[in-house]
Write a protein that binds this ligand. Structure first.
Ligand SMILES: [Fe+2]
Length: 416
């Protein structure tokens, strides 16, 4: 039986138009539910225009959909996050009625952290208590969509040994039999940044839990950002590199429960010149899916036992440092604050932490110009003055907004 091939639908009309020749060549679609929501004036989560377009595709085309969230925040421990999750679960339930998702997955990590919406997954200490937090989030979700799972993320800093991530992921899944999305571009990206062998890392996951594989590409960060040092980014904005293809050939056959391979690409990264190459890559995936013999496999790795850490204290340390003018220096100063965190924080790479702070600010910038027409215009007319204002705004107002509309409201309040 061939392994089904899927494609990500992104909320951007131009992107959808360009990649539309793919729609009949794939077996299923992936969506990030939160990107199909908007906030109405009363703060309720409502459907945006892409939601309506994609549910029409679901109804009329009949192809299955899988949900791959970007912001459920599987590893948040702070109590203040509960109200948000409750609201999101109700929205996910409504989406599940419309899309009948095959499964719902999100990234391993915390994107809502210490009350901030950092909107990219950040790592948490790999401890038993963190694994229990993730397991309980998976349980909440599985009450809405029966099959749930986590994806291996890319982190630019790790409070521990990155080679322990696979075993930690296994601990998060174990209590309830949840599944995994193994993102092979994330594996290759982490391997490049941390200097390990991608296959040795991938083999440490419990591959019998892998229900879906992701393939994508990425680029290096701008050398100017970190004084010449670059990191590989999981930017999903380029061709799938050969390193990902060869990892796919070695890993996929070892995933006996694999039910789909998804080609992922970000909106805003495709021009009409890229389309033939993307079609070619999807064909290559289809050919691979036809040939791929799923066997059995491998015994997963185990992790080093680090001291249990106070997760709420960890979130406070990370959030206060992320928005500091020198994030790495602030983090270094925090290392002595909580003895339970010492070993975890000592493992964090300064540049990786700086890069993460830059990405948090960049995502916020994008939310702001998307949600605030006047700010967008200001940016177009006077980029330098706007960038200065944005820097001050980011330093003075904690980034608590997830949706562009909320970000716009915060900015309006700040700029008076
Ligand atoms: Fe992915």
């Amino acid at each position: 039986v061939p392994v089904p091939i899927g494609f990500t639908l992104q909320p951007e009309w131009e992107f959808l138009e360009l990649v539309s020749p793919l729609f009949e060549r794939v077996d299923y679609f992936e969506v990030a539910p939160e990107t199909l929501w908007a906030l109405d004036a009363s703060g309720e989560l409502i459907e945006n225009a892409y939601h309506r377009a994609f549910t029409a595709m679901r109804r009329e085309g009949g192809k299955p959909f899988v949900a791959h969230g970007v912001g459920y925040s599987m590893a948040s421990a702070h109590a203040g996050d509960e109200a948000r999750r409750k609201k999101w679960l109700a929205r996910i339930e409504a989406d599940h009625r419309a899309f009948e998702f095959e499964w719902y997955t999100d990234h391993l990590g915390a994107s809502s952290i210490g009350g901030l919406a950092v909107t990219l997954p950040l790592p948490v200490p790999m401890t038993q208590s963190a694994a229990l937090v993730v397991a309980s989030r998976l349980r909440e979700l599985s009450a809405v969509v029966p099959i749930v799972g986590i994806e291996n993320s890319v982190f630019y800093f790790t409070p521990g040994d990155p080679m322990d991530e696979p075993a930690f992921a296994g601990e998060c899944l174990r209590p309830d039999g949840a599944m995994m999305v193994l993102d092979l571009n994330n594996v290759v990206t982490s391997a490049l940044n941390y200097g390990f062998d991608p296959f040795a890392y991938a083999e440490r996951f419990d591959l019998s839990r892998v229900i879906e594989i992701h393939v994508a590409g990425g680029k290096d960060s701008d050398p100017a950002w970190l004084g010449g040092r670059t990191f590989r980014l999981d930017s999903h904005d380029a061709a799938v590199p050969e390193s990902v293809w060869s990892l796919l050939a070695r890993v996929a056959p070892q995933c006996p429960n694999l039910r789909g391979i998804t080609y992922e690409r970000m909106e805003g990264t495709v021009t009409d010149r890229d389309v033939p190459a993307i079609l070619g890559e999807v064909e290559r995936l289809r050919a691979f899916g036809k040939e791929c013999d799923l066997v059995r496999r491998a015994r997963p790795g185990s992790r080093r036992d680090l001291p249990d850490a106070d997760l709420a204290a960890y979130e406070r340390v990370i959030t206060s440092s992320l928005c500091a003018s020198d994030p790495a220096a602030s983090l270094r100063a925090m290392r002595e604050v909580d003895p339970s965190l010492r070993e975890h924080l000592a493992a964090i790479d300064d540049d990786g932490f700086r890069l993460t702070a830059l990405l948090v600010a960049r995502l916020r910038f994008e939310r702001l110009v998307q949600g605030h027409a006047a700010a967008d215009q200001w940016f177009e007319q006077d980029p330098r003055a706007f960038a200065d204002a944005f820097r001050r705004y980011h330093a003075e107002v904690p980034p608590t907004a997830f949706f562009p509309q909320e970000e716009a409201r915060l900015f309006s309040r700040w700029s008076g």
